[in-house]
Design a protein around this ligand. Sequence first.
Ligand SMILES: [Fe+2]
Length: 257
Amino acid sequence: MDVESFIGALDRGLDFGNADAALMRRARDHLQQALGDESFLADCLDRSLDELSRTLSNPCVFEAPDRGIDVRMVFWPPRFENAPHMHQTWTLTGVLHNIVEIRTYHATDLTVQQLYLGRKGSAGYLLAPCMHNVRNPSHETSVSLHVFSQAKQLQPLAPSCETLTQVPATDSLDYSGTRKLTLMALIDLATQTSGVVAPHLLNKVFALGDRGVKLQAIKAMSGFDLEETSDRIRELLLITSGEDHAHLKHIWLKLSR
Ligand SMILES: [Fe+2]
């Protein structure tokens, strides 16, 4: 199932402007099923990597402004937590990688209403209006997929997209480090796709990354496509030295045997 088929099926089962709990449960189940589909994951990754060559974060995977739909991949750095914010329209969320914690709040006094722990492969939904925040409680990057609806907003300018304005539980995050962690998480995800698609995706990560990311992409790629890997090793040998250079030569020798 590719992303467009997923949205098409979602569209047939869900009146995007008039979601209720029963419809949202069906939509959530549909997303959860898609998360277990290798071709859906591959399509999401492919689209995100194209977008990441143009933007710095939270790539758009699919959008249909006429239907008020925006699908985004969101990266949550280790220990990151965003500020409680109001959603004025429904949202579907699926966990692609690692875990996220979602808290909903009573809008009146900001006390916690419910706490959900979303694990890889699970999906959930918010019915508007809903005040919530998202936290990555772990020491690894988490990746989630969000289907945002812009339909029937209760307040004209209400944001209905995941906010990343409030950072961090630690003050050690720097942007280049976050970007690197994001690309490393995408390498992990790419290796979960088929042997046909994975080298293509890993090649895209290779193109976006620094030397450390490129080296990691090559290591992952060597499990799939030897010819492609050799090409990338030749490219990386020209710009590495020391331990990385020796490591690459080691991989190169193994592949040449
Ligand atoms: Fe949100």
